[in-house]
Write a protein that binds this ligand. Structure first.
Ligand code: GRF
Length: 228
């Protein structure tokens, strides 16, 4: 009889422990799911995409994320001034910096942007990232390019499309690898080129499409990471 009671008590304790373990692990999952993604935005130019992303985070169009820092390789980039005006932390890493990748990694680490919690969004960042950086932040770097890749990679994609006299172009958000605009595309938006479009008018259309696309892809990207 005593043995029987002991067995039952034992089983009860085991069951209690299992339930406790399941409860604790789901609590842990919940905590890690709620940790906001730390977004770093790398810029060299005017910063309209950077502002669109920052606004989308602020207005909860991009959810469960925060802007950690805006980094530029150009001190005079208007994007830096815009970020400061929006009370976003900024950093400047000049092109002349020895071992640029390491300097970038150090800056990200200082701002608590890690390969586990971070997302690096290139938005008009005129610098090719090397293998060391891309490997460190594997699957965590996005870029926006003003063409329907693989068409018109590289510099002045808008000018390239106009020179080629195509009637349609667009923008692409893609993963970043070591190549120039060669990473896997995550989203594209098409834009009609009107016969009277100039570089300026097409660029304006491009920016409108880019802002919507980039924010939408970032939101989808963060959600897909959270589900893994
Ligand atoms: C965008 O057209 C983007 O596609 C390209 O550089 C431009 C940056 O514009 N990579 P902005 O600085 O975001 O206004």
């Amino acid at each position: 009889m005593l043995i029987f009671i002991n067995k039952e008590t034992n089983m009860f304790i085991r069951l209690k422990n299992i339930i406790l373990l399941i409860f604790l692990s789901s609590c842990l999952n919940l905590v890690s799911m709620q940790m906001p993604t730390r977004i770093a935005i790398c810029v060299s130019g005017t910063g309209s995409n950077m502002l669109a992303i920052a606004d989308a985070v602020k207005n909860q169009i991009i959810t469960n994320a925060e802007i950690a820092v805006v980094i530029s390789n150009r001190r005079a980039a208007p994007a830096l001034e815009k970020a400061k005006n929006h009370e976003i932390k900024t950093a400047y890493i000049p092109n002349t910096t020895e071992n640029y990748s390491q300097a970038l990694i150090d800056c990200l680490q200082k701002n608590n942007v890690t390969p586990e919690n971070g997302l690096i969004c290139l938005a008009g960042f005129m610098k090719l990232l090397d293998k060391e950086f891309v490997t460190t932040f594997k699957d965590r770097i996005l870029n926006i390019h003003p063409s329907l890749l693989p068409a018109f990679p590289g510099l002045d994609a808008i000018g390239q499309a106009l020179a080629a006299q195509v009637t349609k172009t667009g923008c692409t958000v893609h993963m970043v690898d070591e190549g120039m605009d060669t990473g896997k595309p995550l989203g594209q938006t098409e834009i009609e080129i009107a016969p009277n479009d100039t570089h300026e008018t097409l660029e304006a259309k491009m920016h409108t499409a880019e802002h919507e696309l980039y924010c939408r892809v970032i939101e989808e990207f963060i959600n897909s990471k959270a589900q893994k």
